[in-house]
Design a protein around this ligand. Structure first.
Ligand code: DX5
Ligand code: ZN
Length: 219
């Protein structure tokens, strides 16, 4: 099944509750929350406080993407705030296996994120511990950037790696996703599509999400 996860990074924060309800009514599957610390990435965004606010307005799964150093220190706070799944960047984890187990012990889904320059071999010994892998198709830090084309090769290789090992790991893609490229991104192997500016920057969220699904089917 293919899932659409609007990233609230591009939402209007003066009316965040309405924005979340609007994408939920438009057919979103997950709500994607981008957490940035100004150290691992050159931007500062939101923390557990926002996640608990999101939790109060929707029953959709909340997909928390941690772009922060020392993620272990904050995982319990995001779980308590209502995260349904938490992903960590491999580049930030000295003991990635331990971090994934820690997330699962909190009874939420555990994801691993790879920067565009990070090789798939970093997943060699953790793939079976992850519920999903998030492939960054832009350098993390900001919405509205251009999709990095060789992410398609990475998606294909990862799909093969998962199949070869007979795993059911989901593949999520994040960055520069739009109506223009979602079909080929889907064909390359992605299951979950994060989109910020393409959804929240559009006039009609339902029309945009419906168009995404149509392109995915056609692709
Ligand atoms: C970037 C974030 C993304 C971002 C995507 O660091 O992880 O989730 O919101 O934004 P768009 O869809 O505009 O590229
Ligand atoms: Zn993200």
């Amino acid at each position: 099944m293919k899932l659409i996860a609007p990233s609230i990074l591009s939402a209007d924060f003066t009316i965040l509750g309405n924005e979340i309800k609007a994408v939920e009514n438009a057919g979103a599957d997950w709500i994607h929350v981008d957490v940035m610390d100004g150290h691992f990435v050159p931007n500062i965004t939101m923390g557990p406080f926002i996640v608990s606010a999101v939790r109060r307005v929707t029953s959709l799964p909340i997909d928390v993407h941690l772009m922060i150093e020392n993620p272990d220190c904050y995982i319990p706070d995001f779980v308590n705030a209502g995260a349904s799944m938490i992903s960590v960047q491999v580049e930030t984890c000295l003991h990635l296996n331990r971090t994934l187990q820690m997330i699962k012990e909190c009874r939420v889904q555990a994801g691993v994120v790879l920067n565009p320059s990070t090789a798939l071999c970093s997943l060699e010994f953790v793939l079976e511990y992850a519920d999903y892998v998030l492939i960054m198709s832009v350098n993390p830090g900001f919405g509205g950037q251009v999709f990095i084309r060789n992410s398609l090769d990475k998606l294909r290789d990862l799909r093969k790696m998962i199949q070869d090992r007979d795993l059911s790991t989901l593949i999520e893609i994040d960055g520069g996703i739009s109506e223009k490229n979602i079909a080929e991104v889907s064909s390359a192997g992605a299951d979950v599509f994060v989109a910020g500016s393409a959804i929240f920057g559009s006039k009609d969220y339902k029309k945009t999400i419906d168009a995404f699904r149509k392109k995915i089917e056609e692709g």
